[in-house]
Design a protein around this ligand. Sequence first.
Ligand code: S3P
Length: 438
Amino acid sequence: MNLTTSTDGNISGKVQCPGDKSISQRVLILGAFMNQDMVINGFLHGEDPLSTMNALNQIGAGIKVDEDDRVLLCKRNQSFHDSDDEINLGNSGTGLRLMLGLASGMGLKASFVGDESLSSRPMERVINPLAEMGANIVSSEGKLPISISPSTINMQYSYELPIASAQVKSCILLAGLAAGIEVEIIEPIQTRDHTERMLKNFGANIETTSLDGKNVIKLTSNNNLDAKNYTVVGDISSAAFLMVAALITNSPGLEITNVGMNPSRAGVLKVLQKMGANIEVKNQRLESGEPCADLIVKKSKLKGVELSGKIIPNIIDEIPIISVAAAFADGETIIRDAAELRVKESDRLKAVSEGFSSLGIKHKNFEDGMIIQGAPNTLILEQSLSIESNDDHRIAMSFLIAGLKCSKPITVRDCENIFTSFPNFIELISSVGYELEK
Ligand code: S3P
């Protein structure tokens, strides 16, 4: 599916932010592990969380969706079981890495596969700690397909994260939880803490302390988890596309309700505000242990910014759309320490650079980032042109938003991947004044 932009987009109105992808996947996994009746509201019915739901159902979770799109977990009379059929996690890195933790901790037998993008992504980052914990795990040179066979993880485990990754942290926590062992994780740079918050919210004995500037996360061996309901807050990573759309156009105001504001995820808001964005944060509240708020975003004069170091893991998924904001800001934006972007659903630094080159946006590449030479004007294109999404949802949506500032329509190719994280993107952006044509 290619999508073509229109040149008269004028963003305003009020929209509800779609459910958070990271949280939706975690609540399925922890909810199914808890094995009790539970209702999940606000779940993101995107392809990634649905892959995780299918994966859990393949090992016996019996998760259902009702006619109001609520997710229903029901108490089963048996625990999880092995899977003879391959478990396909599609495009979802979170689904795969977290399921590997759960299934290893349970000592199950299962084989995991995924789509072309997931099959090319590095998995040693979870395979190595899981193997150290005692899992029997075989991969194809650190990548999919990956098989695990029955094992017993029974020693307490301590691990210092060599890369800033919430998926690795969560994989180890889930393996420890499922195996019933004590786990300690040392996290030199803060990454999203949804797993820790959710475990705490469900009654687990988990504490995070600080030592020499690093987080030390400790989960004890005996945990009685309990919850009857969970409400997933909106995904700030999805809201970021809407925020930038309003900021770079003549928007009189766009209200985005129910946006997750977890401090380990809200870096994009800080960055945009530092760039001069006019964003009002209203109705701050807590929903199932996660902060959330409503945002009002108005047209703003943006300026360039320097981004490196500890903020990077906090904004890792938003860097492509921040780069688009930077392209229409006054002055230079410098992004460093972001080499992890090269192993996401696509090589996002390369994909952004190629799209920028097609649009004539001046930039310079580094192995771990780029310098973007911004200018607030509309880009004058001599003719319509095509941009490659690289089958990556965040690249596709970033360039569709860039289309708001192009003098001619642009076509972003292969946009199906948007359904992994933002299934109603086309309808929602149309409801606030920007038509995309299939
Ligand atoms: C995620 C963690 C991040 C992020 C991804 C979702 C999660 O990945 O990029 O989209 O749900 O834990 P890493 O753990 O690889 O940094």
